[in-house]
Structure formats: C-alpha cells, structure tokens
Ligand binder design. Structure first.
Ligand code: NDP
Ligand code: HSE
Length: 444
C-alpha cells in the first residue's frame, strides 16, 4: 500500500523529534501501521534550519499553506503552537479534507469545540495524544483502555516545569523565586514561564482530560486555575511534617451535581505513588468504577517523548484512514451527538461548590484562647479538624517572638463554606497576616 503522506507544520523541538523518530524506526512502524508513514513536506519559518534537519528527505517550504493546498498530503501535523496561525491552519487543513495531528493543548482547550465540530462535519480525524502529558499515552488509556468504566476522577501532575520547581523547593528548602531562576538557567522553564507557573498549561490539559473522561464539551473557560507562585518554602516544610507533599494537580472529578475541573497546588499524602513523582516527570491517576485506581507515569515533554505520542496518532490514522468515520474511535471518547446532552446534565461546577479538605496556615499572636477561638469558628461552620500543628514562637519568628504559625488540616467541606469561615478568622484581631489556604487531596 502507498505510504500515507504527511505534511509537518513547524519543525522545532517536537517537529524535529517526530521527523527523527519516524526515520529511525520506520521499518518497525510500517509493520505496525500496515503501511509506510512518509513526511513528504515540512513548513517552517526558518527554512534553512528545517533543511538541516530533514536534508533531502522532504520538501521544505516557508509557507504552511503550500502543504494544505497539496492534494497529495493526507495528514497535516500542526507543531507550531499557540492560538493564532495554528488555529487558522488547523481549520484550513480540515476544510481541505485532511486529517490533523496536533500537540497543541492550548488551541484544543480553548477552540476544541469548533475544531472537533469542523472535523466531524468533514469526516476527518483530529488526534492529540501529545497534547496531554507528552509521551504518556493517557488519551488512549482513557478513551480506549478504560472505556468500560464510569470514570470517577482523574488527578495528574501534568506540568513538568512546576513539578521540577516544587521538587527543588522541597529538596533544598528554597523559595519559589530562587528555584524559578534556576529552572530557567537549566532550560526547564521558558523565558516567559507564565503559562506553566500560573497553572494555565496544566488547566489546558485537565480540560481535555475532563472532556474525554466524562463526555462533556471542552470548557477551558470554566476551569479553576491557580498556580504555584504564592507557595512558600515554609508551607512545603509544614506539609512534610504532617506527612504530605505539595504538588500542582490537575483534577477533574464526578460530583453529585456536576463535574469539578480545577488546577491548584494540593497536599497529597507522602505515601501515595504520585506524591513521589519528582523533577520534570508527569503522572496521572485515573479512578474508574470497575478498575479502581490506575497510574500512568513518564516524560511529559521533550523532543522524542512528545514525538512518540505524535507518531502513535499517525499510526492510528494510517490504520483508519480509509475506514468509515462512524467506525472510528470518537476523538473525545464519546459519540459526538451525546456530548451536548451529557454537558447539559453535567455542568462544570463553580469552585464554591467543590468539596475537598484543606491545609490552613494562620499567623497568630501567641496568646491564650487564640486556638480555641479559631477552632470554635470552624466547629460552628460544621468543619471537622483532622490535625493541628503549632510551632514554637521562637522557631517561627526568632528568639522572643510573640507570633507563631498555626497549621490546621480539615476534613472535607464545601469550598464556599470554607471561604466564609476563613473570612471570619481573617477578621480576628489576633490573626496577624493573610491566611494561607491550600487544598488537600487524599486520592484514596
Ligand atoms: P518550537 O517553538 O520548538 O517549534 C515551533 C516551530 O514552528 C518553530 O520552528 C517555529 O519557527 C515554527 N513556526 C512558527 N510559526 C510558523 C508558521 N507560521 N509556519 C511554519 N512554522 C512556524 O515548539 P515546540 O516544538 O516545543 O512545540 C510545538 C507544539 O507542541 C506546541 O503546541 C507545544 O505546546 C506542544 N508541546 C510541546 C512539548 C515540548 O516538549 N516542547 C510537549 C508537549 C506539547 P521559528 O522558531 O522560526 O519561529
Ligand atoms: N511546559 C510544559 C511542561 C511542556 O512544563 O510540562 C509540556 O506540555
């Protein structure tokens, strides 16, 4: 059978990995796919650099639209990134009847509904394994391997940059700003790391996971997003003393009245496997009603790990290219006509409706009755305390200090309830600084 013809848009980090791995493993890949997969054309703004990667093995062009206009190209692989030109090119490729593979989580999380609708109308595939957790085949696991299950929740470390920063903060007892500079020096964090450290990148990925796990539309605008910039070395240390590690988790969960979709720092029991995922690695736990908890671990970024996922999508397309679209695996796991209906039944819940437990650090004056007053307010709000830690004032504020940190772990409560009682506690004259509140996930 004639090799499937691929056009690559953008040959930077992931694009060059895709080209190199396909070249290196082409025999094995052909035996798996049942036909060859040939990168026939490559578009990049820097054509000289592109030529240095592909040599004379593919035609290099400066204008991506030349690829889209070529009737011989079956699949367009978008590896440019962002919402701008990438969106236009993906929609044009679909309109031209080409299948699309993309690693662009930002594009799909924000414009996925429009893109998947256009692809369904045209009968082409939009595949995106590389968009979530890089080399980990989590999309395939959720969409196919766990298809028997009613998924209860998914929680993942799905941003390597922030996991590297948190690991370093814990290991070395350093503050966020210091470690961020080090991460930039080592090339882990980008010059503009905003999307990573503010949780936006993880929220893009969590949004895609939520759609596939629960059969709801892609709704990035409904995700709650909180990054790691306000975390202090003290909170990481206190969490450790209480038997927890702090991780930036992307969480999506089935609740009574809808779906939780949130990214924020979370305390996780140190004994959980996911709490021990260190450095730039990613890991995702999926809890299905039949299978229980399953864990997926690996590299969430990098040239060849991400290429591994891009090529897996290309193999799927090579196998399914000629199949009736109705017989293909739906891109969002559920048949598209069911998405709207499920979405209506399962709204993404506002944060005030989320039920979870909390770590609270309160800087107080070290005097009689302070702890009793605070625990009294929590009790009045029906919030049960799981553990309390109070450090010696000298240890917290230096010798002779009259201030100390009170750390309280709570059991589950509704976030709206917690917000209200924290506002009351903040107003007490013996509370001396803004309260730190970090959510806690037992993941059991
Ligand atoms: P790079 O910046 O390394 O590569 C993007 C390439 O696209 C560059 O060579 C760029 O050229 C080129 N480009 C920009 N505009 C155009 C255009 N109009 N036409 C053709 N080429 C263009 O990005 P990555 O490879 O890191 O990322 C690609 C995608 O993969 C992104 O969506 C990213 O989020 C995603 N991703 C990346 C991962 C990673 O580890 N890097 C992991 C998972 C997903 P120039 O440099 O000259 O601007
Ligand atoms: N910036 C992302 C990360 C790259 O740090 O995980 C992979 O999506």
């Amino acid at each position: 059978m004639k090799p499937i013809q691929v056009g690559l848009l953008g040959i930077g980090t992931v694009g060059s990995g895709t080209f190199n791995v396909l070249e290196r493993n082409q025999d094995e890949i052909r035996r798996r796919a049942g036909r060859g997969i040939e990168i026939a054309m490559v578009a990049d703004l820097d054509t000289a650099r592109a030529k240095s990667v592909v040599g004379d093995k593919a035609k290099v062009v400066g204008d991506a639209r030349e690829i889209i206009a070529n009737p011989d190209i079956d699949v367009v692989v978008e590896l440019i990134g962002g919402y701008g030109i990438a969106k236009a090119l993906v929609l044009e490729a679909i309109a031209a009847g080409k299948h699309v593979v993309t690693a662009n989580k930002a594009l799909l999380a924000v414009h996925g509904t429009e893109i998947f609708k256009a692809a369904a109308e045209k009968g082409v595939i939009v595949a995106f394994e590389a968009a979530v957790a890089g080399g980990i085949p989590i999309i395939k696991a959720l969409r196919e391997g766990l298809t028997a299950n009613e998924i209860q929740w998914v929680a993942g470390i799905i941003n390597g940059t922030t996991n590297f920063i948190l690991s370093e903060m814990r290991d070395k007892g350093l503050d966020f700003d210091v470690v961020l500079k080090e991460a930039q020096r080592l090339g882990y964090a980008e010059a503009d790391p905003t999307f990573d450290i503010e949780g936006v990148d993880a929220a893009h990925k969590a949004t895609l996971i939520s759609a596939i796990a629960f059969g709801i539309p892609v709704q990035f605008d409904k995700a709650y997003v909180e990054g790691i910039t306000k975390l202090s070395a003290a909170d990481i240390r206190y969490a450790e003393q209480l038997g927890y590690r702090i991780k930036l988790l992307g969480i999506t969960k089935r609740a009574d009245k809808g779906i939780e979709l949130r990214v924020h720092p979370s305390l996780v029991p140190a004994k959980r496997l996911i709490a021990n995922v260190e450095g730039a690695m990613n890991a995702v736990v999926v809890y299905g009603d039949a299978v229980g908890a399953t864990l997926y671990y690996g590299k969430g970024a990098g040239s060849e790990p991400t290429a591994s996922a891009v090529i897996a999508d290309l193999v799927d397309i090579a196998r399914l290219h000629d199949a009736d679209p109705a017989h293909r695996v739906p891109p969002l796991a559920f048949q598209s006509h069911t998405l709207g209906a499920a979405g209506k039944d399962l709204p993404v819940l506002p944060m005030g409706e989320v039920v979870t437990s909390y770590y609270v650090r309160i800087r107080v004056s070290d005097e009689a009755g302070v702890l009793a007053k605070i625990t009294g307010l929590l009790a009045e709000a029906g919030i049960s305390i799981d553990a309390v830690l109070q450090r010696e004032a000298d240890e917290v504020g230096g010798e002779g200090s009259t201030q100390t940190d009170l750390i309280i772990l709570t059991h589950d409560t509704r976030e709206g309830n917690m917000d209200a009682v924290l506002a009351q506690i903040q107003g007490l004259p013996t509370v001396l600084a803004p309260i730190t509140r970090i959510r806690k996930e037992e993941l059991n």
